[in-house]
Design a protein around this ligand. Structure first.
Ligand SMILES: O=C(NCCCCCn1ccc2cnccc21)c1cc(-c2ccc(F)cc2)cc(O)c1O
Ligand SMILES: [Mg+2]
Length: 214
């Protein structure tokens, strides 16, 4: 058996990044995934768009669906103000274990709560479990066919407020057609597509930014 791809990514971070320096963790992962082995992090190209949308919102509460190894968790948390909270949901325990270590290596564990489970089960429990009233920012990066149902679930659970920004990864590759139809046709969202590349490749992909209008 041996190590998994996430475990090799963690080794690369421990070898090449500086403890407590989130930017060096991001650079170490991007270098590893571009030159050694591809992995499904949002990556550096789309990461710059994520950074700028995040800074524009300056959220107090963030929900991330799909932690994977914690790359986007680190990208988001490093830009969040003191006292703000990021809840990230990961379905796969092995991914969650690596992510916890990468988030801690970056020194961002105090801002981040990593929860294991499925979005469908956890979204209805956010208020009671984490004392969340609303999310100011939601990053969707989990099962692509869950983006639309989970967005409806967030609405129904009263977790979105006027101005909440949803940012969805992979709307072109692998694609989230149902989600695009939903947010682009709904009068309750103002949507915009940011064209970019699939992480570490020349293939097209992009992020869809959708503002909830209440
Ligand atoms: O599949 C992707 N991500 C999702 C992974 C599984 C999420 C499971 N999960 C996590 C939390 C959670 C909560 N509830 C339910 C389920 C949950 C993904 C794939 C590609 C990709 C792959 C091959 C290729 F050739 C091109 C592109 C690129 C990306 O950027 C991706 O994000
Ligand atoms: Mg993705």
């Amino acid at each position: 058996t041996g190590t998994s791809r996430p475990q090799r990514m963690l080794k690369a971070v421990q070898k090449n990044a500086t403890k407590g320096d989130p930017q060096s963790v991001i650079s170490a992962i991007d270098y590893y995934c571009r030159h050694k082995e591809w992995a499904m992090n949002v990556g550096d190209d789309k990461g710059l768009i994520l950074d700028s949308v995040l800074m524009e919102v300056n959220p107090s509460t963030v929900l991330e669906l799909g932690t994977y190894c914690g790359y986007s968790t680190v990208r988001i948390a490093r830009l969040m103000s003191p006292g703000s909270k990021l809840i990230t949901v990961e379905f796969n325990p092995a991914f969650a274990e690596v992510a916890r270590q990468i988030i801690a290596y970056a020194g961002l564990q105090d801002k981040v709560t990593l929860v294991e489970g499925s979005s469908g089960d956890l979204i209805p429990k956010m208020k009671e479990r984490f004392g969340i009233k609303y999310f100011d920012f939601v990053f969707l990066d989990h099962w692509k066919d869950s983006y639309a149902p989970d967005t409806k679930l967030l609405e129904d659970c009263g977790l979105l407020k006027k101005g909440t920004v949803l940012l969805a990864d992979n709307v072109i590759c692998p694609g989230a057609p149902e989600y695009l139809k939903y947010v682009r046709n709904s009068p309750r969202y103002e949507s915009r597509y940011y064209k970019s590349n699939l992480e570490y490749t020349k293939a097209e992909d992009g992020l869809e930014k959708s503002v909830f209008l209440g």
